[in-house]
Write a protein that binds this ligand. Structure first.
Ligand SMILES: [Zn+2]
Length: 202
């Protein structure tokens, strides 16, 4: 319940019931057990969604301009986060560090955060994006790469000349994530495509 940091009329009984059912089922609260942890996370998520819903209903009392600004900043944050997650250097570690960049909260809690916090968080993760853009540049320095025109994920391509068969042909460069064609090259070699997580193995 660490996420409840403001005074709203949450359905306390409903929440208590959830936790007491949980306790009956898993009296040891053994969160190292996958099943227990999964259920725990799912209850936390339900509560977060309740908070978001309540917060949303309270917002309706505010002037429309404020509601619009809030929505715009949240949209901006979502866009930056999407860009971050499309970075080649983005991984599980970046995902777990995100909590701190979001000023000690999970993504789901953004929707019940104060507008002043949201402005700060937006600027924070803009910085975080810059850090990853720099890392990506360094990683990709020695490779041929493309950013997919459709899904915007970055991938690396290499022409393999070890097994040349026949004449030079036009060969498509296909995004390994969404299969969109991103240009083509004329070659008698094979085009190998690598996802970001495969770069270490080239
Ligand atoms: Zn793609």
């Amino acid at each position: 319940m660490q996420n409840v940091n403001f005074d709203v009329e949450l359905p306390k009984r409903e929440i208590e019931t959830k936790w007491s059912e949980f306790e009956q089922k898993y009296p040891d609260w053994d969160l190292k057990n996958d099943e227990v942890r999964k259920e725990y996370i799912s209850i936390e998520k339900d509560i977060d969604l309740m908070i978001n819903k309540l917060f949303e209903s309270k917002l309706q009392d505010l002037p429309k301009e404020i509601i619009d600004i809030r929505k715009r900043v949240l949209d901006e944050i979502e866009t930056i986060l999407l860009k971050c997650r499309n970075m080649i250097s983005w991984g599980d570690r970046s995902e777990s560090k995100l909590y701190l960049w979001l000023n000690s909260r999970y993504e789901i809690n953004l929707y019940s955060s104060k507008l002043s916090d949201l402005f700060l968080i937006r600027d924070n993760i803009q910085e975080y994006l810059k850090v990853h853009e720099k890392m990506d540049k360094e990683i990709l320095e020695d490779y041929d790469w493309k950013k997919c025109s459709k899904c915007e994920k970055t991938f690396v391509y290499q022409v393999d000349y070890t097994d040349i068969q026949g004449d030079k042909n036009t060969k498509d460069i296909i995004c390994p994530y969404c299969r969109t064609i991103n240009g083509s090259i004329i070659t008698d070699g094979l085009i190998n495509i690598y996802r970001s997580e495969e770069l270490l193995f080239i």
